[in-house]
Design a protein around this ligand. Structure first.
Ligand code: PLP
Length: 461
């Protein structure tokens, strides 16, 4: 393949469909994919990426409005992150976790400093699921209790305790763990409590949670885990006072509060950690994805001073060969440098408030199939309905195949227009890389705006 310089200044290989076909052939023959029946899969062979864009071997490029799996916060091939990998590979490619390592220590310090003064340590993992597994273990070992409460409409990871905690259909085939109880979190648009205002939703959701705590036996509950802003299951921004109320219940009943910030953290919602936008402080915070944009797998648990000190003289029974892998940590350190130098948090808040929020709100006027829009930062949901009055979802919960055809058609229209959308059930989420320019963002929103005409046609159908 020879290279050419594209309109946006990036160097790209000339299209090479034969190479794309070879990539696809190996994939289809030998790669076993996540969360899928294998036979009908047709993954896009990706030839490269830059910033908010990636492209295939046919020369078709996409604005990445899902940041891959909402992990690519600093975009594709960020030069500073790539340089950090090269530098660290030359210095020390790996070292086991019981030894002290400079980038591991620097990253832990940086994370603790931005998390706030009540935190003192970080336990590093390979990703989000093990971060949640270990957060729960820390809570169980410090409280001596077993049970964990989690919300319906949540995702905490694909195996072990986190898949049992997950409140979406991915749990159904994997329910082998005990000591997990689900409760309803707030969701004003589809209130489980028949609330008519956000304030009512907060009060009723807290009353419900307290009932669950009492009925389950407060003294049996180690932790409550929740996504500060629920991600995949709908960008559910908690209504005013809800998280403060959960914090208060945890304090009253001696329960550890775990904030899962695997998706919402590291700038996605315009703060280092999303909990900082709600004036509360959890006991444990789990992170992964945006900590280094997934360039090297890395996650972890930020641990409060009190819980960290509980293990000063007693053994923490847990560990991973690659805990605090230097390559991953070096990219994490570079991530902090880029965030500060380039004002990423300010950029995200500005684009969220000035561009995405108003544009999505305008779709409530122009697209009858848009039932609600919500979010903050570069973390937004557009909820699609068949009927605005009844709020009947455009497709049923967990729809697949023909039942999901309207969402498939919507996604195809986005892709044809050059946007790679995030879709889940009856929603599309707007979660591009945090480095996206205003121009790229507007271009992508134009494509989605146009694609929504396909869903409008189904109104009342
Ligand atoms: N928690 C949340 C909120 C997530 O969104 C995810 C992944 O999407 C996870 C945990 C699991 O992270 P991982 O896939 O890195 O194990």
């Amino acid at each position: 393949m020879t290279d050419y310089v594209a309109l946006d200044g990036t160097t790209r290989p000339l299209p090479d469909p034969d190479a794309g076909a070879a990539v696809l052939a190996d994939d289809r023959a030998h790669v076993f994919h996540s969360w899928s029946a294998q036979a009908a899969l047709a993954p896009v062979p990706v030839a490269g990426g830059s910033g908010a864009t990636f492209w295939d071997y046919d020369g078709k490029s996409y604005l990445d409005f899902s940041s891959q799996l909402v992990n690519l916060n600093l975009g594709h091939q960020h030069p500073d992150l790539i340089a950090a990998i090269h530098r660290q590979a030359d210095r020390l490619a790996t070292i086991q976790p019981s030894m002290a390592n400079d980038v591991r220590g620097i990253l832990a310090r940086e994370i603790v400093e931005v998390a706030g003064e009540s935190f003192s340590k970080v336990f590093f993992t390979n990703g989000g699921v093990d971060a949640n597994e270990y957060a729960v273990r820390l809570a169980r070992h410090t409280t001596g209790r077993a049970k964990v409460l989690a919300t319906y409409r949540s995702y905490h990871g694909g195996m072990g305790t986190p898949i049992a905690l997950t409140g979406d259909p991915r749990r159904w085939a994997n329910e082998t763990q005990g000591h997990v109880v689900h409760f309803f979190g707030p969701y004003p648009y589809r209130s489980a409590f028949h609330s008519s205002t956000p304030e009512e939703e907060t009060a009723r959701a807290l009353e419900h949670l307290e009932s669950v705590i009492v009925l389950e036996g407060a003294a049996t509950i180690a932790a409550i885990i929740l996504e500060t802003i629920v991600g995949t299951n709908g960008i559910l921004v908690p209504p005013p006072g809800y998280l403060a109320g959960v914090r208060e219940l945890c304090d009253r009943y001696g329960i550890v509060l775990i904030a899962d910030e695997v998706m919402a953290g590291f700038g996605r919602a315009g703060e280092w950690f999303a909990f900082q936008g709600f004036g509360i402080v959890p006991d444990l915070v789990t992170f992964a994805k945006g900590v280094n944009s997934g360039y090297v797998p890395l996650g972890g648990v930020v641990i409060s001073d009190a819980i960290a000190h509980a293990f000063d003289d007693r053994v923490f029974f847990g560990g991973l060969t690659y805990s605090g892998h230097p390559l991953g940590c070096a990219v994490g350190v570079a991530t902090f440098e880029v965030f500060r130098r380039d004002g990423i948090l300010e950029h995200v808040r500005d684009l969220g408030e000035r561009v995405v929020g108003p544009r999505l709100a305008s779709w409530l006027e122009t697209h009858p199939s848009v039932g609600e829009v919500r979010g903050r930062g570069l973390f937004w949901a557009v909820e699609l309905v068949r009927d605005r009055e009844t709020r009947e979802p455009l497709v049923p919960y967990n729809a697949a195949g023909a039942a999901n055809a309207p969402m498939t058609a919507f996604a195809s229209a986005c892709k044809a227009g050059g946007v790679w959308p995030f879709t889940h059930f009856n929603r599309t989420h707007i979660c591009p890389p945090l480095v996206i320019s205003e121009d790229e963002l507007n271009r992508g929103l134009d494509v989605i705006d146009e694609a929504l005409t396909t869903t409008d046609q189904l109104m009342g159908a």
